[in-house]
Ligand binder design. Structure first.
Ligand SMILES: Cc1ncc(C[n+]2csc(CCOP(=O)(O)OP(=O)(O)O)c2C)c(N)n1
Ligand code: SF4
Ligand SMILES: [Mg+2]
Length: 298
């Protein structure tokens, strides 16, 4: 009996998440043991298990290694400018309210250059899921200090160690008004997937931070070994505390990482609040957007 060997491409097409990826764009740009791919895997699995209609889902990224995610997902995808994924996603959601809109980007993109958009979009409870991959550094551009770099950690712009207080992102998102806030590491594949599934079902501003290795820059500049060593560190130092007070989930350099679901509540989204308000003030004169986009005309 003769055995027909399949090509790498044929085997790759059989991968369980191949239907969610643009396989013609493989191989991806990410370094070996980088954590971003794992987060993509969990997100794709969550889409699949949630039965999301892919024609009704859109993904938006900014710039950076994580910013490449939108380009690899087989969804309506938008690779926007640096720091502008959230405002782009806001426009998309307002124009097409029926879409599941996900923003997928890095810590620098979303909380550095894009930080102003992050806080105001959470405050407005704009209906979108934000997946922020936090590798504590600007990966794509050479390992510069980010607003998330832990105190004393080295970066290419702080070779003697960071002395700037970093953001505690779950607390930032929660205090600005995010209605769903969770943090995982790229080691927590089942919990992260479950969290994405839950967040997909919710409405409002949902924020999931995933701590993931940048093996090439953060790990190397800090002599922490490979991405695999960082995964082992997460294994030994992640502490799951659902409902933890977000004021207490700061991340210190090589210190414990508190993970879990911290916030899960409901309040009117921007569009719901707007529709209710204008209907109350303007009555029949107010013409709301149809859920499919465009205006409803009687
Ligand atoms: C306006 C502008 N400023 C700076 C840059 C350069 N730049 C590209 S990606 C990046 C940092 C991205 O860091 P992060 O969002 O953490 O993504 P990572 O690469 O770590 O996944 C910077 C500063 C740019 N592309 N555009
Ligand atoms: S530079 Fe860092 S974040 Fe970028 S792909 Fe490589 S390991 Fe990942
Ligand atoms: Mg980063």
């Amino acid at each position: 009996m003769s055995t027909v060997l399949e090509t790498t491409e044929q085997l790759a097409d059989k991968h369980p998440i191949a239907p969610y990826l643009r396989m013609d764009r493989m191989p991806h740009i990410w370094c070996p043991t980088c954590g971003i791919g794992t987060v993509v895997r969990c997100y794709a699995k969550a889409l699949e298990e949630s039965g999301v209609d892919l024609d009704k889902a859109a993904i938006v990224s900014g710039i950076g290694c994580t910013g490449r995610v939108a380009g690899y997902m087989k969804l309506d995808a938008f690779h926007t400018t640096h720091g502008r994924a959230i405002p782009f996603a806001t426009g998309l959601k307002l124009g097409r309210p029926e879409l599941l809109v996900t923003v997928f980007s890095g810590d620098g993109d979303l909380s550095g250059i894009g930080g102003n958009h992050l806080i105001h979009t959470a405050r407005r409870n704009m209906d979108m899921l934000v997946v922020l991959v936090n590798n504590f550094i600007y990966g794509m551009t050479g390992g510069q200090n980010a607003p998330t770099t832990p105190l004393t950690a080295k970066s290419s712009t702080m070779p003697f160690g960071n002395f700037e207080r970093p953001f505690n992102l779950p607390h930032l998102a929660a205090s600005c008004g995010a209605t769903y806030v969770a943090r995982w590491t790229s080691l927590h594949i089942r919990r992260m997937t479950k969290s994405f599934k839950e967040a997909i079902q919710r409405k409002g501003f949902r924020f999931v931070e995933v701590i993931a290795p940048c093996s090439t820059l953060y790990a190397r500049l800090n002599k922490l070994g490979t991405g695999f060593d960082l995964m082992r560190f997460y294994h030994d130092n992640a502490e799951i505390r659902h409902g933890a007070d977000t004021r207490e989930v700061d991340i210190g350099y090589q210190d414990k990482i508190v993970c879990g679901k911290f916030v899960d509540e409901e309040r009117p989204t921007f569009l719901e609040a707007m529709n209710e308000h204008y209907t109350k003030i303007l009555g029949d004169r107010y013409v709301p957007m149809s859920p499919e986009g465009g205006w409803i005309h009687e």
